[in-house]
Design a protein around this ligand. Structure first.
Ligand SMILES: O=c1ccn([C@@H]2O[C@H](COP(=O)(O)O)[C@@H](O)[C@H]2O)c(=O)[nH]1
Length: 234
């Protein structure tokens, strides 16, 4: 199976470069991509992205930029200059912010996929109540997905639960990037809107972001292989 067929993105949520590289060493860049998030990037800076790319990994830079349009667009441009495969911002930054980010990438010589985060997969209805929101997470995710689509963003981060409905209301090629993936035997941890890998793909998730179920497995490489086998056998 080539990388173009693989939906798996492994979240390298580590505090040090060595820990992240040790995990990457156990993964196959032909079978999965990797995600560099806030902890790793804040600890190591752009060097970790470059090292992972040298090891042939495509990198999703998951810094979820959320700021005024000019600042966010400049941050996205800086991420594009790192040559990352995917970068993201918060959709709740609004229409002008999303459009500014789209424009920044369109003008950049490097063009990562631009993805907007809808509602974090750690949030459920009770979290929404404490925030005073009157919608459900699913309704709000759909509203933010429609806004993102209309701003020309390439796709969204959402729960796998929402993937199908979001594609139905936008376009089948609008990418759905879904964290909150758990195997039946895994604990929920801090995630709330979860699905198994097979359920997620059946519900139209294009990419599965998987952290602890792989990185805390006895053998991360076997864990990835098992998920891939399951995905290609249903
Ligand atoms: O809505 C979101 C957006 C991002 N994430 C990130 O994905 C991984 C998930 O890790 P697990 O260990 O599989 O829970 C993590 O890096 C989050 O920052 C998310 O979970 N939900």
């Amino acid at each position: 199976m080539g990388l173009s067929m693989s939906p798996i993105i492994v979240a390298l949520d580590y505090p040090t470069k060595q820990a992240a590289l040790d995990m990457a060493q156990q993964l196959d860049p032909e079978v999965c991509r990797v995600k560099v998030g806030k902890e790793l990037f804040t600890s190591c800076g752009p060097a970790i992205v470059e090292e992972l790319q040298q090891k042939n990994f495509e990198v999703f830079l998951d810094l979820k930029f959320h700021d005024i349009p000019t600042t966010t667009a400049k941050a996205v441009r800086a991420a594009a200059n790192l040559g990352v495969w995917m970068v993201n911002v918060h959709a709740s930054g609004g229409q002008r912010m999303l459009a500014a980010c789209r424009e920044a990438i369109d003008k950049s010589p490097h063009k990562p996929l631009l993805i907007a985060v809808t509602v974090l997969t750690s949030m459920d209805s009770s979290d929404f109540q404490t925030l005073g929101y009157t919608t459900t997470p699913e309704e709000y995710a759909l509203a933010l997905a429609k806004l993102s689509y209309n701003c020309g963003v390439d796709g969204i981060v959402c729960s796998a639960f929402e993937a199908s409905s979001i594609k139905n209301h936008t376009h089948k090629d609008f990418l759905t990037v879904t964290p909150g993936i758990r195997l039946k035997e895994n604990s929920l941890d801090d995630q709330r809107r979860i699905m198994t890998p097979v359920e997620a793909v059946k519900n139209n998730a294009d990419y599965l972001v998987i952290g602890r179920p792989v990185t805390q497995a006895k053998s991360p490489s076997v864990a990835v292989q098992n998920i891939v086998k399951e995905l290609f056998s249903f």
